[in-house]
Ligand binder design. Structure first.
Ligand SMILES: Cc1ncc(COP(=O)(O)O)c(C=O)c1O
Length: 461
């Protein structure tokens, strides 16, 4: 036997005997392993690009968005997807989705500027969000973006902009209401129930500077009941009919925002994600049926059916990206559990506050699975990637794949204590490119400025 072949010594563990431990959901997930991402060996990825590492699959991203569009466009004639930048605004991700026909849905000056810098024409941008300073509002109006109005002050400001530009600006109104299925996100847009939305529409009509052309609402995120969307569409189409009767609004689009779940395990949910999360077809059925029903009268009157806009974020991108992280230390915690320190924590996988991501070892692990805490390098108690997971012993340098990681992590990640690592994309031909370089000291301190008298840390020494 050579040194390499020798069986590894595995630390013995004393475990209390538990009866009734049978698991109706089958084998322990942690016993599976996965040593590649999109056919590229994890070993090669970590050797070439370092650890931790985000890996995006271009193929999955394209497939997900195509599948979603097919589901809706086979049920309703006029469908448009708009990519929700906040879900993942890495340029390569956005451009894959733009190449697949998605417009850009942005919610801030930064996101607007980013979409324009990527080459998205203004008239393919939907501009949402509660904070649009006058300068960017003027640019968006001039460039033909569809501005989604959020509040009365914004209406006043945009009317001013329209007067200055000497144009009538087409707008979409963001609506908020109670579907009866989800907690309403009442802070964004105009309330239907209180009459605020109709008042705003009348004001738009009376002033004549803006023209109400679209309705938008976003009822939440990770919404697991498709009936919520049917209710949303019913409320929106009823409002469309009302507002067209009472004002000169001519609605060309019903934008239902995002919110479909991805296949991720929400914390606190007992059922496995595969049982808990409805298939996307059920959302498409609920939405398109309600829309066809809600626009039947218009069709009978020979009117154009409004375009259905989807701003689906997480359901498109989440499972197209993983985070690979390596074990940097191994310890026994005071309560007896195995504690594994990883080189990535909540700084990179921000969504681990809400989800129990799938965690896959990258080699077959031997030894008994035991209760384990996976935590990151942040030196903060909150930095826990998984509070409870059954894991056999791991050794230094072992790596784990966390998935899905594509939604909200590359946008909400923190530059806190650590540098953010490389993000790579595996293309359809199997080649790999860096789509965001790892940060360096210069990236982080570059924007800092040092006052003259603070230049020396220990003056006179
Ligand atoms: C206006 C709007 N549209 C779309 C989205 C994307 O949502 P999701 O990722 O849940 O599909 C969001 C996310 O918060 C949003 O605020």
């Amino acid at each position: 036997m050579t040194g390499v072949d020798k069986l590894r010594w595995v630390k013995p563990v004393l475990k209390p005997h538990r009866t009734g431990g049978l698991n109706k959901f089958g084998a322990l997930r942690s016993m599976r392993f996965r040593d590649e991402v999109e056919g590229v060996p994890v070993e090669d990825l970590l050797r070439d690009y370092g650890s931790p590492l985000f890996v995006i699959s271009e193929r999955r991203l394209r497939n997900n968005t195509r599948t979603l569009r097919r589901m809706f466009s086979t049920r309703y004639r006029n469908v448009l997807q708009a990519w929700s930048y906040k879900t993942n605004y890495l340029g390569a991700v956005c451009n894959v989705l733009h190449q697949e026909g998605s417009w850009a849905e942005v919610v801030s000056a930064f996101e607007y500027e980013k979409a324009r810098a990527l080459g998205v024409p203004g008239d393919r941008i939907l501009f949402n969000g509660p904070h649009k300073p006058k300068e960017i509002l003027t640019r968006a109006a001039r460039e033909g973006a569809r501005i989604h109005l959020d509040n009365m002050d914004e209406i006043h400001m945009l009317e001013e902009v329209a007067a200055e530009l000497g144009i009538r600006v087409p707008v979409t109104m963001r609506l908020t209401f109670d579907t009866g299925y989800t907690e309403a996100w009442t802070r964004f847009g105009f309330h239907i129930e209180s009459g605020e939305a109709m008042d705003a529409a009348k004001r738009i009509h009376d002033m004549g500077r803006l023209h109400l052309k679209g309705l938008h609402s976003h009822i939440g995120t990770f919404v697991v009941d498709p009936r919520a969307y049917a209710a949303q569409v019913r409320i929106m189409t009823a409002f469309m009919d009302d507002v067209e009767k009472q004002t000169d609004a001519a609605i060309d689009s019903i934008d239902i925002g995002g919110g479909f779940p991805s296949l991720n395990a929400l914390q606190g949910v007992y059922l496995p994600k595969e049982q808990f999360i409805p298939p996307l077809e059920r959302y498409a059925d609920a939405i398109c049926d309600a829309l066809i029903e809600g626009t039947r009268d218009r069709q009978a009157r020979g009117m154009e059916q409004p375009r259905l806009i989807l701003e689906t974020g997480r359901a498109v991108v989440d499972d197209s990206e993983v985070l690979i992280s390596s074990v940097v230390a191994n310890k026994r915690l005071a309560d007896g559990r195995q504690g594994i320190v990883m080189d990535a924590g909540v700084n990179l996988l921000f969504t681990s506050f809400w989800y129990n991501h799938e965690v896959e070892p990258t080699r077959m692990l031997d030894g008994l699975p035991e209760e384990t805490v996976l935590y990151g390098p942040l030196c903060m108690n909150i930095d826990v990637m998984r509070q409870h997971i059954m894991m056999p012993p791991l050794k230094l340098g072992d790596s784990l794949i966390f998935s899905p990681a594509g939604a909200y992590n590359n946008t909400q990640w923190l530059q806190f204590i650590e540098y953010r690592p490389n993000v790579v994309m595996v293309h359809e031909d199997g080649s790999v490119s860096v789509v965001r370089e790892a940060e360096t000291l210069d990236t982080v301190i570059g924007p800092e400025r040092m006052p003259e008298h603070l230049k020396e840390p220990f003056p006179g020494n």
